[in-house]
Design a protein around this ligand. Structure first.
Ligand code: ZN
Length: 288
């Protein structure tokens, strides 16, 4: 199942385009994309059945995409957002840091989330890209084991952990959470893809590029130091994970701050981020 947040409403991807879930389900499921996680397993069961019964075209429920369509983040109001730094060896090496023995965890505050095609205002000249796989939790998860971890995951989406490097690294101890939480610094989407859609959800190509320009990052999620089951196990050993929570799982090598000379996002750049089997997220950068 693939779902999106289109004009603030939960939409399901069918064979002929997107379908409004509230209309197609005659109110069984509500329009709020965040509330989908309260009934996630029911939704995953209902969607293919409805598509089969209606030949993929339920009456009146089709969503037309136009120039004024607003793509919201597929998860608009998570209660908790976890993010993991230094989770790919090649990124640890380029950052000239030691391989962590424990995941290095921070948060991105909820107001930083945005969707596909939404512009991001750059608050200065040192904003960096970080292409990341984002895990969405589907059910209450406390003290998961590696073996049970994936069963708590609703699905996966494409994310960017945009980072204002000056603020992030200011002070005697770096403050990752604030420097990574300007409005628009957490683009997500376009779609959230349920875990049953992947042959191997632990090995997906991911990367990002500037539109019409060079590829900035390209790797595979199998290169993570702490893979998804390990992150779910270790995070849930401390914090119960709640339906609709997010985990930004870290970025591979190729960030701008580690380049010589350093390179950062500029107004007019369009950042394009992709993950195999999930989709391509596009965000234009604007001057503030
Ligand atoms: Zn990151």
């Amino acid at each position: 199942m693939r779902v999106a947040n289109i004009n603030g409403r939960l939409a399901l991807k069918g064979p002929n385009g997107f379908i409004d879930v509230e209309i197609a389900s005659e109110g069984r499921f509500g329009p709020d994309p965040q509330e989908a996680f309260d009934q996630w397993n029911d939704l995953v069961a209902w969607a293919p059945q409805m598509l089969a019964e209606t030949d993929g075209a339920p009456a009146m429920a089709s969503v037309k995409l136009t120039e004024t369509t607003v793509w919201g983040p597929p998860v608009p109001r998570p209660r908790q957002v976890f993010a993991v730094g230094l989770n790919y060896r090649d990124h640890v090496v380029e950052s000239e840091l030691e391989v962590p023995q424990e995941p290095s965890v921070f948060t991105k505050f909820g107001t930083s989330l945005t969707g596909h095609e939404n512009p991001v205002e750059l608050p200065g000249g040192t904003v960096d890209w970080e292409a990341e796989l984002v895990v969405v939790i589907g059910s209450h998860c406390h003290r998961a084991t590696r073996e049970t971890a994936w069963s708590y995951v609703a699905g996966l989406t494409v994310g960017q952990d945009l980072s204002e490097r000056r603020l992030q690294l200011t002070g005697p101890a770096p403050q990752f959470s604030l420097g990574k939480s300007y409005p628009g610094f957490g683009p997500l989407g376009p779609e959230l893809v349920s875990t049953d859609e992947f042959a191997d959800p632990d090995d997906l190509e991911l990367g990002c590029m500037l539109e019409g320009g060079e590829v900035l990052q390209k790797s595979r999620t199998s290169e993570m130091i702490f893979d998804v089951p390990e992150l779910v196990r270790r995070l849930s050993a401390v914090c119960p994970l709640l339906p609709g929570d997010l985990i930004f799982t870290g970025t591979p090598a190729g960030v701008g701050a580690a380049r010589t000379p350093q390179k950062f996002l500029a107004p007019g750049d369009v950042l394009v981020t992709w993950i195999e089997g999930i989709g391509t997220l596009r965000n234009p950068m604007l001057a503030s």
